[in-house]
Design a protein around this ligand. Structure first.
Ligand code: PRP
Length: 213
């Protein structure tokens, strides 16, 4: 029966709560707390949810292990995986920015060092941004707590997501420039989209309705 039901890749973490709410509004039962579960089958058997790290969603969708998924645009910027983006679901909004210590005054036009050290989880977006501006830099790939790096002398600036701005404020850091804006996207595997066209079009329609509710 798996071939008939929709397999949906769902991001755990910060997008989970609103993803679950939007799926529930679209008629798909999903637990509010997943515990350590990796998959959930809805009781009507019409959908199977794969509970994934956000950065893993594109791989599951590209290779057809999931028919579709929900993922932040910020993840799509950084991946080579090929998925089709069908809709901007409008939640999980955040900005990818260059940020630095307030005291360095880069936000007020102070010059960057000749060879800038940039700490980030978003290595591809960061490299493209500084390359476009002909600013030589070393990209230092980190996996979290990126705001710490300028405070302890690891990097001059960071490229990171900002939502409320609280994390930057707490570390006396400021936005120097905005690179791009992100939000949650509905993505599909293009082959599965043709095979399960009606079910996927109905689902994306309902998910988008939630955006305007
Ligand atoms: C993200 C991002 C910032 C923070 C920004 O981190 O990398 O650290 O959220 O949110 P704010 O502007 O609302 O404070 P996340 O929670 O994903 O943790 P990590 O980067 O340390 O893994």
């Amino acid at each position: 029966m798996r071939g008939e039901r929709l397999v949906i890749a769902v991001p755990k973490g910060s997008l989970y709560r609103e993803t679950a709410q939007r799926l529930r509004e679209a008629g798909i039962e999903i637990p509010s707390d997943t515990g350590r579960r990796l998959t959930v089958l809805t009781t009507d058997g019409k959908a199977e949810l794969l509970l994934l790290r956000p950065t893993d969603v594109p791989a599951y969708v590209e290779f057809g292990a999931a028919d579709c998924g929900i993922v932040g645009k910020d993840v799509l910027w950084e991946t080579d995986r090929s998925v089709s983006e069908l809709a901007d679901l409008g939640f999980g909004r955040c900005r990818l920015v260059v940020a630095a210590r307030r005291s360095d005054r880069y936000h007020e036009g102070a010059r960057y060092p000749t060879f800038l050290r940039v700490a980030t989880k978003f290595t591809r977006s960061a490299a493209a941004y500084f390359s476009d501006r002909d600013l030589p830099c070393e990209i230092i790939a980190l996996h979290g707590s990126v705001e710490l790096s300028p405070l302890v002398g690891l990097a001059d600036v960071i490229v990171d997501l900002v939502a409320t701005g609280n994390t930057l404020r707490e570390h006396d850091m400021v936005v120097v420039d905005e690179i791009a804006r992100s939000s949650a996207r509905f993505v599909v595997n293009p082959v599965r989209f043709r095979a399960k066209y009606e079910a996927l079009v109905e689902l994306v329609g309902r998910l988008e309705e939630g955006r305007h509710a």
